[in-house]
Ligand binder design. Structure first.
Ligand code: CTP
Length: 396
């Protein structure tokens, strides 16, 4: 569990997005965290402390004058054993308070009195005009300068009927960002390009050739790179997966489209990780019309032409990033993987047993580089992706 043992103080301020805090509480607990809820008086008009108490399983605090804390110092006690404070939703008014260091209720006092090293993450939620107001923008800039993490906001339709920036991020996105806050920033500021998923090679407008890659490993790696502080672009074949929060995704279908997208974006990246299961050939006589069954008894004859080797081509560039390849082998992994690393002329190749990983949530990897090989034992793909990113960071 990504937040096992973590103690989160979840602060709610007044805003309609309070309803999302209920879902966030459940998600945090499911990820292994314990959640201590603190609400402003305004927040209690949007969602009741009873709801938050039932979901968090802990006493909810709303007042500085609450006598339930033994020494009557809730503003100190509640954060002293915490691993992070998350304010979701954080109103424009509360951001202004944080900037000015005002403390006229329990939550603002608790934030001002937090230990210096305790991370404070705020998820703004407000009307688009409130968000764009220069006063709010000044406050956002100051919060960031003060080392406070500002999560989002998102854009889209708002509860007030207007549309634009200011929506609080969805609970799942907030969860990703909270987990990211606990990861080592080993690729801070680096630019990373990842390919993921299968490719689809058309036979005619409704048929094609593809493979069993689900994209899970590539998406996990893109997310881990972003958690490590990188600016990540993901070139993805057709998958049913959600884009990791904060990752720029470019969708393609065929290997040649993937090639084109990679070549157009690779310049300026420090790392290229080719996880996609790219088709080696495309159908050179693909039909522009649907092939009919009735062809005087003849079966269609497909002809194939090779696809460009994207990884080898990137590795051969004069400005080549640090290149990482994947090898999905069905047998003799050690021999095949090291041979592939040398053939593609890349510093690091990650081997896995193809048919035992496609579509699964776990995997086992072997890393091959000039110094030899090292195994990463079977684990969840997200955990392995973080280990791989750490391994890349030390080799950069
Ligand atoms: N790859 C690529 N472009 C291709 C084919 C593969 O970028 N046209 C990348 C994959 O993303 C992976 C690595 O190259 O990182 C290994 O791909 P694989 O298909 O296993 O290797 P091949 O060299 O095609 O060897 P074989 O199919 O014979 O195993």
């Amino acid at each position: 569990m990504d937040l096992a043992g973590k103690k989160i103080v979840l602060g709610l301020t007044g805003g309609i997005a309070c309803y999302k805090a209920a879902e966030l509480t459940r998600a945090l607990i499911k990820a292994g965290a314990s959640v201590q809820v603190v609400m402003t008086e305004a927040a209690t008009h949007f969602i009741t402390p009873v709801t938050m108490q039932a979901l968090s399983g802990q006493t909810v605090y709303t007042s500085q004058w609450d006598a339930r804390v033994g020494n009557n110092m809730a503003h100190i006690d509640l954060t002293r054993h915490a691993d992070a404070i998350v304010l979701a939703p954080c109103s424009a008014d509360f951001m202004a308070k944080l900037v000015q260091g005002r403390c006229d209720d329990l939550l603002s006092t608790l934030c001002l009195a937090r230990p210096h090293a305790l991370p404070l993450l705020v998820a703004p939620a407000m009307n688009v005009e409130m968000w764009q107001n220069p006063a709010t923008q000044r406050n956002v800039a100051q919060l960031k300068a003060d080392g406070i993490h500002v999560l989002g906001p998102g854009t889209g339709e708002q509860a007030c009927g207007e549309t634009g920036l200011g929506r609080m991020l969805e609970p799942e996105q907030l969860l990703e960002e909270i987990i990211a806050a606990f990861q080592q920033k080993v690729l801070q500021g680096k630019r990373v390009l990842v390919t993921a998923g299968p490719t689809f090679e058309p036979i005619d407008p409704v048929r094609g050739i593809t493979n069993l890659s689900s994209g899970k490993m590539g998406y996990a790696i893109a997310r881990a790179a972003r958690e490590a502080g990188a600016v990540v672009t993901l070139v993805s074949g057709p998958t049913a997966l959600t884009t990791p929060y904060g990752v720029k995704r470019i969708d393609i279908t065929s290997a040649r489209q993937m090639h084109e997208a990679v070549m157009a974006t690779v310049g300026g990246n420090e790392v290229f990780i080719a996880v996609a299961a790219v088709a080696d050939w495309h159908v050179s006589n693909a039909s522009t019309q649907k092939i009919k069954k009735d062809q005087d008894g003849k079966t269609p004859a497909l002809e194939f032409a090779p696809n460009p080797d994207i990884l080898a081509e990137v590795a051969a560039r004069h400005d080549a990033p640090y290149c990482v390849g994947f090898a999905a082998e069905s047998e003799r992994l050690l021999q095949h993987a090291e041979a592939k690393r040398l053939k593609k002329n890349i510093p690091l190749l990650v081997g896995n047993i193809g048919h035992q990983t496609f579509g699964r949530d776990d995997n086992e990897l072997v890393l091959f580089d000039a110094a030899g090989h090292v195994a990463l034992p079977r684990a969840g793909k997200q955990a392995l992706a973080r280990e791989l990113i750490a391994a890349i960071a030390v080799r950069l």
